[in-house]
Design a binder for this molecule. Sequence first.
Ligand code: TRP
Length: 333
Amino acid sequence: MINDKKVLFSGMQATGTLTLGNYAGALKNWVQLSDQYQCFYSVVDLHSITIRRDPADLRKRARDLLALYIAAGLDPKKNCIYYQSHVSAHAELAWILNCFTYMGELNRMTQFKDKSRKHQDNINAGLFTYPVLMAADILLYQADVVPVGLDQMQHLELTRDIAQRFNKIYGDVFTVPEPYVGKAGANIKSLQEPDKKMSKSDENPNASIYLTDDPDTVMRKCKRAVTDSGSEILYRDDKPGIRNLIDIYCAMTGKTPGETEKEFEGKGYGQFKEAVGESVVAQLRPLQERFAQVSADKAYLSGIIKENGEKASYFATKTLRKVQQKIGFPARP
Ligand code: TRP
């Protein structure tokens, strides 16, 4: 608890351009949760270097992501928005937790298996211990809840196992975190292959709507979205293309699938796609405007980065010192 509020931690990697899926499935929910919890939202740049990055590009993307958190509506006075790399306790706790995690556990992680298949020329130890760093992120702030996508659930379960293992030896040191899986928009799929998640790393640019897409691009991608045979707007498993467009429409407008079916009864795919595109444009426009404003104000951003980095360090160091003491490292005179 901080200021009588439960603690929430989440983070995103600064790789690729964020998609509508990241926005609707994560960022938008984060904003809704930010009143209820004491929130830490990190730009997890330490996680990003498990794959080779161009330094200038990494720096720019990290800053853009941080600005985007703010543009999406996270108030940086209330939410601790910071770079993971500015808080050295993350790497220090990750080392300690490495010694409480088994090779067998990490070997079972499906993301590790997927990523090592994709990057056969660079299967580095960081890729292997990535989930331990993620555990350190969460446990450092004694987080009660962690909003994550389903693809990160296995990592969160590992985090809980590590916390419980540690607590069993040393007493109640860590809060054991619970997952928070958002409802609406958690599951936006590719516009081209609606059985796959909409991803920032998709090679087909028509598969994803990026948060930086201008209105014409959004409309074009929506019109080109893959649909199913038939002509009715129905929310059904055997119509994955239309179902996905309904999910997008609902995430943008707050309507339910049932309401959407009714709204478009007797209307065709063309008309529906047009409406989906317009609903996306209406959400992205203010976001993009705010992003441009925030990004341009360098002094403002730098102030936030410094202030929130220090705030995060304060809480993280508190936990780290406790852990170091429990383990038996010498006290600092
Ligand atoms: N691994 C997460 C992802 O790729 C990002 C992440 C890093 C994270 N540390 C975290 C998410 C801690 C939640 C909590 O999506």
